[in-house]
Design a protein around this ligand. Structure first.
Ligand code: PLP
Length: 393
């Protein structure tokens, strides 16, 4: 008998990002005169929107005085923030009740915890390549993973076939790392599949605010039937530059019931048991980020990243190279030249053009032979990278 969770021993070691960081650092050390263009990381530049800063200042002042001080809060989130999320969804004609909204410390936390609602026997479909947490958190829980591969043929947007069997499915649209985004019609096929099989979709909407195309839904809850089949996990990390501030939200619809149990009620029980919620100051910050004034300010930064996406897309299109992303997501996903692995092409771009990208191998199955370019670099670096890529491609 084992007293520890031996599933952790079967996880791949966290060497990928260490190797990446060390390789780039070693190159920078040995080539101090060369300007490195970092299009690898998926992190925002900042600063936070003025409306957010102001809300945090006010909240700090409230905490400084006994009459306005807040101690422990209701774990799923304060009314004002849940109302702000409800209003944000109403702009997309999605009607939520505040009781369906749960404030979190970011999408990664809830992606890690949502598995608490499912048994170890649940079979998990992951649309790969993928944000690594979907596979790793389920491996930690000892669940069987069914790897559903994105390919060039399906545009990295696999759909459920008649033989696909699974109990839980992770979908991320717009996608990290591929930048591909399901249209309404495509996503409806997943919703219908889940309802037919009584499966549950975990929908990661972390990049919804980058969507530019009309036929791409921002939320799976825009689709009929999603309220009985999907949990949506979202974040202010990329929408409002909160990667270091840490606020997100999760929507568990009331109508989502499996085996006679309400998943929303289960999630209330889970959250009130395992967490003490998100700090008052950060909830004020989050609500301000989603306010109309905050969103106008956030959109200035989003537009800058979208413009970077356009610059990089133009270069690759001009080179007649196939790719996904760059329009509805801040990532471009590019096949490597014939026979090269993502690591080989990463090394080539580093040495010949001093451009840092992320090898596709970091995103699980289906990632080999591709690299990810991020649109979160500065405008100056992105333009310079475009010039260097024009020569190289
Ligand atoms: N989901 C996806 C697809 C991501 O790319 C990321 C972060 O890069 C996250 C979730 C985590 O977001 P958060 O910063 O809210 O934890």
């Amino acid at each position: 008998m084992s007293i520890i969770n031996t599933a952790y021993g079967q996880l791949p070691p966290a060497f990928f990002f260490t190797r990446l960081t060390e390789t780039v650092a070693a190159y920078a050390d040995t080539h101090p005169d060369q300007r490195l263009l970092r299009l690898g990381v998926g992190d925002v530049k900042g600063p936070l929107a003025p409306a957010v800063i102001e809300a945090m200042r006010r909240a700090v002042s409230e905490q400084a005085k006994a009459p306005s001080f807040h101690g422990y809060l209701y774990e799923p989130g304060m009314d004002f923030f849940r109302a702000a999320v409800v209003a944000y969804y109403a702009q997309r004609s999605v009607t939520l009740s505040p009781e369906e909204v749960f404030i979190s410390s970011g999408a990664a936390d809830d992606l890690g915890a949502i598995g608490n609602l499912f048994s170890a026997a649940a079979r998990v479909v992951v649309n790969e390549p993928a944000y690594p947490s979907y596979v790793d958190t389920n491996r930690m829980a000892g669940r069987r993973i069914i790897h559903l591969l994105g390919t060039r043929e399906n545009g990295f947007l696999p759909l459920p076939g008649p033989d696909l069997d699974g109990d839980l499915v992770y979908l991320c649209s717009p996608n990290n790392p591929t930048g591909a985004a399901y249209t309404r019609e495509q996503l409806q096929k997943w919703v219908d599949w889940a309802n037919e099989r009584q499966a549950v979709i975990i929908f990661d909407a972390a990049y919804e605010s980058f969507i530019q195309d009309e036929d791409v839904p921002h939320s799976i809850l825009e689709l009929p039937g999603a309220e009985t089949s999907a949990i949506e996990i979202c974040s202010l990390s990329k929408t409002a530059g909160f990667t270091g501030t840490r606020v997100g939200y999760t929507v568990v619809p009331r109508a989502l019931v499996r085996e006679g149990l309400s998943l929303r009620d289960m999630w209330i029980k889970d959250r009130t048991t395992r967490t003490n919620g998100v700090s008052y100051i950060l909830q004020r910050a989050g609500a301000a980020a989603l306010s109309p004034e905050g969103m106008v300010q956030n959109r200035l930064a989003i537009r800058r990243y979208q413009e970077n996406g356009r610059i990089l897309s133009d270069v690759i299109t001009r080179a007649s190279r196939w790719f996904t992303g760059g329009r509805n997501a801040p990532y471009l996903w590019l096949p490597c030249p014939e026979g090269k692995s993502g690591w080989d092409f990463f090394q080539e771009l580093l040495e010949r053009a001093q451009i840092v990208v992320t090898p596709g191998e970091g995103f699980g199955q289906g990632g080999e032979g591709y690299v990810r370019l991020s649109c979160f670099g500065s405008r100056e670096d992105t333009e310079e990278a475009a010039l260097r890529l024009t020569k190289l491609l």
